[in-house]
Design a protein around this ligand. Structure first.
Ligand code: UDP
Ligand code: MG
Length: 323
């Protein structure tokens, strides 16, 4: 009988403690399901014992496959490596810290069997997150959906199931600045959601800090909206109109009442305000130019150092996919 297969995509960055815990939890769940599983771990340039731990797990269980990246590329790029290498009829990207509850896999698979292409895990409450993270995430979703036209499912993370068609669509997007949440939404497809409560990390520490989150948010906005650029055209137009009105007033006043020399305050105000506006608008354009620069360099999304557990032809395919 033909058995369909499911690939789990698990990016790992310094996760030596979490990996055995993760596999212990996931195995009984995978064994219950009528699918062939592969667990693709992407070692995102870890500096701890993650590669050794993964190798040991591969020796015990051939379903464990490993992609070692040549350095730390970040979670989004690590996931891209996994997506390119996945051979499953469905893929499920997951965090290794058990914050994506493995029990949910069964619910994902049931909805998939009902005919949905994409099944998205939605966090019911974000009690496990810090107050700061909840607040910033809430603001981000609000802003993003306003600026970029309501597309992101709020409180949906990477934890989801995609069928082969949805995955191929995602893999066909070549951009280097990878705001995966936005890319998922962009590809569309027939979607269902499953709600869950997100627990705290099982082991290890989060790799995110406020600065990384801010940069992530910037990548998100700039990849999906040119509104920040357009705002400056409108603002420039408004300032220009005011400027012309003021100029007309000055001309008329000078013609009828002559020159009056004092004017230091108004000159300074105009100069400072305009100078500030020009600098901000340059900065915003710069953000976009920087990203254009990133894209035009056309570098691969990630570099694979070596892989464990893949067939030779799969490895060859992946080298092309990265490009
Ligand atoms: N991760 C990664 N590369 C990085 C940072 C994180 O592969 O540069 C992985 C990490 O090992 C984990 C997942 O991405 O499996 C989520 O990371 P984390 O738990 O730190 O994020 P949070 O859950 O706090 O959003
Ligand atoms: Mg986590």
């Amino acid at each position: 009988m033909f058995v369909q297969s499911v690939s789990l995509i698990i990016p790992c960055y310094n996760e030596e403690e979490s990996i055995p815990l993760f596999l212990e939890t996931i195995r009984p769940i995978a064994d219950r399901e009528p699918y062939r599983f592969e667990f693709i771990f992407i070692n995102d340039g870890s500096s701890d014992a993650t590669p050794e731990v993964l190798r040991a797990e591969h020796a015990k269980d051939r379903r464990v496959k490993i992609i070692n990246l040549s350095r730390n590329f970040g979670k989004e790029h690590a996931m891209a490596a996994g997506f390119h290498a996945a051979s499953g009829d469905a893929v499920i990207p997951m965090d290794v810290d058990l914050q994506d509850p493995p029990e949910l896999i069964s619910s994902f698979l049931r909805r998939w069997e009902e005919g949905y292409d994409v099944v998205i895990g939605v966090r019911r409450k974000r009690t496990a997150d810090t107050c700061f993270k909840r607040l910033s995430a809430g603001l981000f979703y609000r802003f993003f959906n306003h600026l970029c036209g309501k597309r992101l499912v709020p409180n949906a993370g990477d934890y989801r199931l995609m069928n082969r068609a949805a995955l191929d669509a995602l893999n066909s997007l070549p951009e280097r600045v990878r705001f995966t949440k936005g890319l998922y939404a962009w590809t569309g497809f027939h979607q269902a959601t499953v709600e869950y409560d997100r627990p705290s990390r099982a082991a290890g520490n989060t790799k995110w800090n406020a600065w990384k989150l801010w940069n992530f948010a910037l990548d998100g906005f700039t990849s999906f909206s040119t509104l920040p650029l357009r705002i400056w055209s409108y603002l420039g137009f408004a300032v220009a109109v005011l400027g012309f009105l003021y100029a007309a007033f000055l001309i008329v006043r000078t013609l009828f009442w002559g020159v009056d020399v004092p004017g230091y305050a108004s000159m300074m105000v105009v100069m400072l305000v305009l100078g500030g506006l020009i600098l901000i608008s340059l900065g915003v354009s710069g953000e976009y130019i920087g990203r254009i620069f990133e894209e035009t360099k056309g570098r691969p999304l990630y570099i694979v150092r070596d892989t464990v557990g893949f067939e030779a032809h799969e490895t060859a395919g992946r080298a092309d996919a990265a490009r």
